[in-house]
Design a protein around this ligand. Sequence first.
Ligand code: SF4
Length: 260
Amino acid sequence: MGEELNLQDFEKLLDFQEILDKIARKDDEHNHAKLEGKYSPTELSGCIRNSWYNRIYPEPYDAQAYRAFLMGNILHELFQKNLDYPDRYKTFKDHPILEGIKWVESEKSYMYMLPFEKTNGNRIVISGRLDSILYLKDRNDPIIVDYKTAKTIKYNMNAPKDTHVMQLNFYLGCALATYGILVYIDKTNLEIIQHTIQYSQSIFDKMVQYAINLDDCIRKNKVPECSVQQMKKHGYCAYCKHKDKCAEYEMGIKNEMPKL
Ligand code: SF4
């Protein structure tokens, strides 16, 4: 009898769902802290109004979201670890990858401070951490790798998402790289689709302008203008948490418009 009670106590202590959720939270809580004037490349792509709502009405992440971050981190680390020395020599014996890669850097942080003349003297920083940089033996410029885990990768079969291209392009700019690879990993079956992206100065400039506009709207507490039709066409509205607020705002504009 006494033994059964002890076992039950153990079960309470060793609640593995709770343990997993704590592990997920521990690693990721500080990564998602938001600072005024500091924006991640993820916030600076897609619908600007959505990014604004996320800043003005922040919602805490739930356990499900932290589990998704953890799953992503596990899969990223799997590649990072096995591509790097010394695991590379164990994993890829007699494989050309051994000769091709000089060295690998992972989880490298980059910060880009926008020039004051563009920001009206305000401090605006774009800051993020890239997944992997591969230095190849026959190239001077590095190759940047960005892993994206998804429930399904079928939508990325033919082309990568614009938002992901924009995010990777930021790292290409900061690392003075010409090429990067977006690696989509299907969480359910570990299938992979990859796309090579070439650096674009105009996409980098677009992100800088996005940061300036978003920062300005946050400072002035005004909802950013955007074309809802265009956002819908890009598929941003389907899973937007702020649909109701956005529809209310649009309705307000319509009602204010002078009748012809
Ligand atoms: S509903 Fe669409 S347009 Fe409105 S904030 Fe969300 S993504 Fe943007």
